[in-house]
Design a protein around this ligand. Structure first.
Ligand code: ZN
Length: 341
């Protein structure tokens, strides 16, 4: 599988990113899986972005991409499987376990609220994983817009995570995302009820435009076990706000690869956001630039660009930048891994 990388991408790295990026990068939000996690002969839908990567995104392929796009960085990651109902959660966790050494590569199981606690325990402990990630798609008894955080995270799964001091990466539900009052209340309650769980709110609570974040980080900022990851946030204003309003030692860099390796940019439009896409894949609120009006680079580079701009505006020190890119995640996940044994 050839890595999609152009001279114009290299120019972005050389002129805008190289001098800013620290030596070590810990990507806390990567989806890795191979064919063993999917039904035999499974074909992704025509516009599914996994097609770009041959229907699987293995650790090897991920590292091939990273060597190309971050040629001078020492790379670490935390991974989980692919969030779809066709994906086998057990085979996925076994794959994650096989590629995780708990030193450089860490991993989480994907879980469904339908899973028995025994199966969740086995999935995590047999594969020596550092936590789990629930997903909206697995809540199948409600309309999507009505799903709550507590539907996604049954008590017994959270009690198990609390007892082991595990991490949970959470993609919050509901159309209002971070600004939704039910989410706000449940995010704080979740952190308080399970103080030993490290709860990582993915994508800064899915706040991809400014009005969705302003005023809505204070609640979880006050919870010492709440973290945010920056996955797929391309908006420098959102990142600047997070850098100013959320404890910097609890902010983790994450990309959401393989989606982050597509060509596109997430943009704010009239208090909403859309993915402007340079290639014809459907990843949510997509607007495809079929006429090639502009030349795109990857979401990965757009995220790094936005972090650079936001870090400058928020006045982050070099050490704070290093910690957001590496130290915060490395310390968090290494400590959980040590406690597993
Ligand atoms: Zn993701």
């Amino acid at each position: 599988m050839a890595v999609d990388y152009k001279q114009s991408d290299q120019a972005v790295y050389e002129t805008e990113l190289k001098d800013f990026l620290p030596e070590k990068i810990f990507d806390g939000h990567v989806h890795l899986f191979d064919e063993s996690c999917l039904p035999q002969g499974y074909e992704f839908p025509e516009k599914d972005c996994c097609r770009k990567f041959g229907g699987q995104f293995t650790l090897e392929l991920c590292l091939e991409y990273i060597r190309t796009i971050l040629p001078e960085q020492d790379f670490y990651l935390n991974s989980f499987g692919h969030p779809s109902v066709e994906f086998s959660l057990d085979s996925g966790a076994q794959y994650t376990g096989r590629v995780s050494d708990n030193k450089r590569y860490f991993g989480m199981a994907m879980v469904s609220p339908h899973d028995s606690i025994a199966s969740v325990q086995k999935r995590i402990s047999a594969n020596r994983l550092i936590g789990y990630k629930p997903y909206l798609n697995f809540v199948d008894w409600k309309k999507k817009d009505e799903i709550t955080i507590f539907d996604m995270l049954p008590d017994e799964q959270m009690e198990y995570a609390d007892a082991g001091g595990l991490a949970v990466t959470l993609h919050i539900p509901r159309p209002g995302r971070l600004a939704d009052h039910v989410n706000q209340q449940q995010m704080i309650e979740l952190c308080r009820r399970y103080p030993n769980v490290k709860i990582i709110f993915a994508h800064i609570g899915r706040a991809y435009y400014l009005q969705n974040v302003i005023g809505y980080l204070d609640g979880i900022a006050g919870c010492p076990n709440a973290y945010i990851d920056t996955a797929m946030v391309n908006h420098e204003g959102v990142l600047e706000y997070a850098f100013n309003k959320f404890p910097r030692e609890r902010i983790l860099f994450g990309s959401d690869a393989p989606i982050a390796l597509l060509r596109g940019k997430s943009v704010e439009i009239n208090n909403q956001y859309a993915y402007l896409m340079g290639e014809d894949y459907q990843i949510g609120s997509t607007i495809y630039d079929a006429g090639h009006a502009v030349e795109f680079t990857s979401f990965y580079y757009e995220q790094l660009r936005a972090i650079k701009l936001a870090a400058g505006r928020a006045g982050l020190s070099g050490t704070e930048v290093e910690n957001i890119f590496f130290g915060n995640a490395f310390r968090l996940f290494s400590q959980i891994a040590i406690n597993l044994s």
